[in-house]
Design a protein around this ligand. Structure first.
Ligand code: 6GU
Length: 260
């Protein structure tokens, strides 16, 4: 089953450059993913193709007018079918791995990218299924956030990732049907939401500018290597992601995971 994104923006070239390279380009060539872009400006009716206007009530900045946004949505849905409609806005709930997994189960996703002070809020009120933000910082527009979301969601679909082998054996649990298993943040761990950071990785040379590699990785005992990796994943998550720490009562398997 193919995954389709419909991106609505006044800068389609940002999205097209992003999906035109690397694994996103490959996934599109193989027709695992399709990304369409629609320019709000093509749905204006004045000579200057105006998409924005000053805010009612005054204040700084400009607001994207509702008419071209809704006209663009309705046109694309009439042509290519209904979509799960996502508005990218810094005021939305945080986009995280759980949201990526949820969106990876949708067949068609619309991403609405604001610019300026945002899109007239009546669009959100009447024509949007959910809002999402990629973090507590301000971007000039939603295009980079859309690229982040597309990459995080598309790589969960079967076949999109470069080498599924390298991920499958790192996962602590069986993958969901049609979803690739995860590496950096995986399911099934004692941490909140099952999310755990990946263990450290090293490759040749075994000594680089006086810095060695943990000896257990060079000794060839794969049982010990797996135990070390699980321990380091737990330690890293505990130390670097305090918000993912399990709340008491601690899961009984934790002491064993952290034992040397
Ligand atoms: Cl989704 N949009 C914008 N403009 N800024 C953001 C964001 C989104 N997420 C974090 N900052």
């Amino acid at each position: 089953p193919r995954l389709e994104f419909e991106v609505f923006t006044i800068f389609p070239e940002i999205i097209e450059a992003f999906v035109g390279a690397g694994l996103m380009a490959k996934a599109q060539e193989r027709d695992l993913v399709r990304v369409h872009t629609t320019n709000f400006r093509d749905f204006t009716s004045d000579k200057h193709r105006t998409v924005d206007d000053t805010p009612f009530g005054g204040g700084a900045g400009m607001v994207i007018k509702p008419e071209p946004v809704v006209a663009a949505l309705e046109s694309v849905e009439a042509e290519r079918g209904p979509m799960h409609r996502v508005l990218l806005t810094p005021s939305g709930p945080r986009f995280d791995q759980r949201a990526a997994e949820r969106l990876a189960r949708k067949p068609r996703i619309a991403l609405l990218c604001g610019r300026y002070e945002g899109i007239d809020d009546r669009v959100r009120e009447g024509w949007v299924d959910e809002c999402l933000s990629i973090g507590d910082f301000v971007l000039n527009g939603g295009e980079v956030a859309a690229a982040v979301l597309i990459e995080a969601v598309a790589r969960l679909r079967a076949g999109v990732l470069g080498n599924p082998d390298s991920i499958a054996h790192e996962s602590f649990a069986a993958p969901e049907p049609e979803l690739e298993s995860e590496s950096e943040l995986g399911p099934a761990s004692p941490f909140l939401g099952g999310q755990v950071l990946e263990h450290p990785h090293y490759t040749r040379p075994p000594s680089f500018r006086d810095r060695g590699v943990p000896p257990v990785l060079l000794a060839g005992d794969h049982g010990k290597i797996e135990a070390w990796r699980r321990r380091l994943a737990c330690l890293r998550t505990w130390a670097l992601r305090p918000q993912l720490r399990p709340k008491p009562p601690l899961p009984p398997e934790l002491p064993r995971l952290l034992a040397a």
